[in-house]
Ligand binder design. Structure first.
Ligand code: NAD
Length: 496
């Protein structure tokens, strides 16, 4: 049995773990590896390695830091297929999708290669006679990154390239369900010339996370996961004096107005609803069909679902299995509940005939129509291949429904009316909005993040927000002794 372990101070951990977890191949249902869980003592070692490396790394010149980042970018690009294969083997998403997530992570590395510009401070000469003022951004220190199962490469890469480029050291705690991609990335950092200890990986569960959240050597925490855990991480890390950003769950609505290109909207709903088996925080899980859009849209979505091939992600299928058996059963339970509460099951994925091993965690694409706001299939984040259609009479009803949701990650509107789209962008309570674009994940040089219960904290991931999160600003006011008019003066300082 393959054993997966931590990466501390530039090499694999050599201890014997007190606890381990099973890592499944979701397409076969078999245990493919065991992963070591880090007890607090191992977290101490990782944080100590990071703190030790921080001293030299934060003083390393921007030129040297960016040289390492450029080398890392080339290595990740060259190993894209290897990383994608590791993701597919442990997460289940199809290979093309896994390659896509590596690409989106790479774009953050590319953004981080431009860190000299992003870190530029301001300078004001002569703010007072003979006095200049300037500002600079300095690293926060040791950053813990705690990531979810659904993007084992991309989500960690939302954070650590920016953190490292800004001069911080990192301890990554990836999901224990698919831990291998993080270790490939750790090895590539070493090959790129990153000094030992700047990037560390510890695996584990709540015990490991709690040790990071309360560790005095950790300065900042970036978390991504479900809303209850995000809230817990935010409160615990903040109570322990850390800077924290905690991205939570989602329930993304796609509003379709009657004047939309209905074929295009149906394509988008199927792509955004069932890509990665709906295990995306930016997946569309609710289609809000306004007025006459509903009937043709539901028919169009059902028609397209019929063409999807579900099966092993290594066999060129469109959609893979769910991540674990428990998760598959939980999602199937929501379909049962929706049907029981009166939703119309237009396409039922519960009996899917998958192109894969009998033991795989299969659940086919499912379309529920006539869903209402009281049903659990509507209120809860399902995180699976279940698309609900809620029918509403007007645009205002659609907007009210979306804004009443406790989540506010992403939302999309499909219409050919520019004024309606513009109004929606202004009025919708979500952090990311798509206009005739179903999965509006911002490019790396913008920032990713939701509103309401989809994000706890003030800053979003990557782009300008990422640089702000991983740096502290210092403002300097300086006078050099050109003795001038200096004299003792007890008045409050004012520009002269
Ligand atoms: P999760 O909340 O179960 O786990 C996330 C991380 O927290 C993992 O590293 C896990 O080991 C750790 N963890 C689990 N239980 C914990 C506990 N009790 N205490 C402390 N740490 C704990 O999430 P998941 O199932 O891995 O990922 C899916 C969730 O992530 C969905 O809710 C999805 O919407 C969300 N997500 C959000 C975004 C976003 O940008 N907002 C992006 C990706 C995923």
């Amino acid at each position: 049995m393959r054993q997966i372990t931590h990466w501390i101070a530039g090499k694999p951990w050599s201890g014997v773990a007190a606890r381990t977890g099973d890592v499944f191949d979701p397409a076969t249902g078999e245990v493919a590896a065991r992963v070591d869980f880090a007890e607090p003592g191992v977290v101490d070692d990782a944080v100590a390695a990071a703190r030790g490396a921080l001293v030299g790394w934060r003083r390393t010149s921007l030129t040297r830091r960016t040289n390492v980042l450029f080398a890392f970018r080339e290595l990740v690009a060259a190993h894209r297929d290897e990383i994608a294969a590791a993701i597919t083997a442990e997460h289940g998403k199809v290979l093309a999708d896994a390659g896509g997530e590596v690409q989106r992570g790479l774009e953050v590395v590319e953004f981080a290669c431009g860190i000299p510009s992003a870190l530029q401070g301001g300078y004001s000469a002569e703010v007072s006679t003979g006095v200049d003022a300037f500002s600079m951004r300095q690293p926060v220190g040791v950053a813990a990154v705690i990531s979810p199962f659904n993007f084992p490469a991309m989500v960690p890469m939302w954070f650590f390239p920016v953190a490292i480029a800004c001069g911080n050291a990192v301890v990554l705690k990836p999901s224990e369900k698919d831990p291998s991609a993080a270790l490939i990335l750790a090895d590539l950092w070493a090959q790129a010339g990153l000094p030992e200890g700047v990037f560390n990986v510890v695996h584990g569960d709540k015990v490991t996370v709690d040790a990071l959240l309360t560790h005095p050597g950790v300065d900042a925490v970036s978390f991504v996961g479900s809303t209850p855990i995000a809230r817990y991480v935010y409160e615990t890390a903040a109570a322990n004096g850390k800077r924290v950003q905690a991205l939570g769950g989602a329930k993304n609505h796609m509003v379709v107005l009657p004047d939309a290109d209905i074929d295009g909207a149906a394509d988008a709903a199927v792509s955004a609803g069932f890509g990665s088996a709906g295990e995306r925080c930016m997946a569309i899980s609710v289609v809000v069909a306004v007025g006459a859009a509903a009937d043709p849209l539901v028919a169009g979505i059902a028609e397209r679902i019929a063409d999807l091939r579900v099966g092993d992600g290594r066999r060129g299928c469109d959609m893979g299995p769910l991540v674990t058996r428990e998760h598959r059963d939980r999602v199937a339970g929501y379909i049962d509940a929706g049907a029981g509460a009166g939703a119309t099951v237009v396409v039922d994925g519960r009996g899917v005939d998958a192109d894969g091993a009998a033991g795989g965690f299969w659940l086919g694409p499912t379309l529920l129509d006539n869903v209402t706001a009281e049903m659990s299939v509507y209120t809860d984040e399902i995180f699976g291949p279940v698309l609900s259609v809620v029918r509403v009479p007007t645009y205002d009803d659609a907007l009210r429904l979306v804004n009443d949701s406790e989540y506010g990650n992403g939302s999309a509107i499909f219409t050919s009316d520019g004024a309606a789209a513009r109004r929606y962008c202004a009025d919708v309570e979500a952090g990311m909005v798509g206009v005739n674009v179903p999965i509006p994940v911002p490019m790396a040089y913008y920032s990713f993040g939701g509103w309401k219960h989809s994000l706890f904290g003030d800053t979003h991931a990557h782009g300008e927000h990422g640089v702000h999160f991983f740096t502290r600003t210092k403002a300097v006011t300086a006078r050099w002794p050109d003795r001038g008019p200096a004299a003792v003066d007890l008045h409050f300082p004012q520009a002269r």
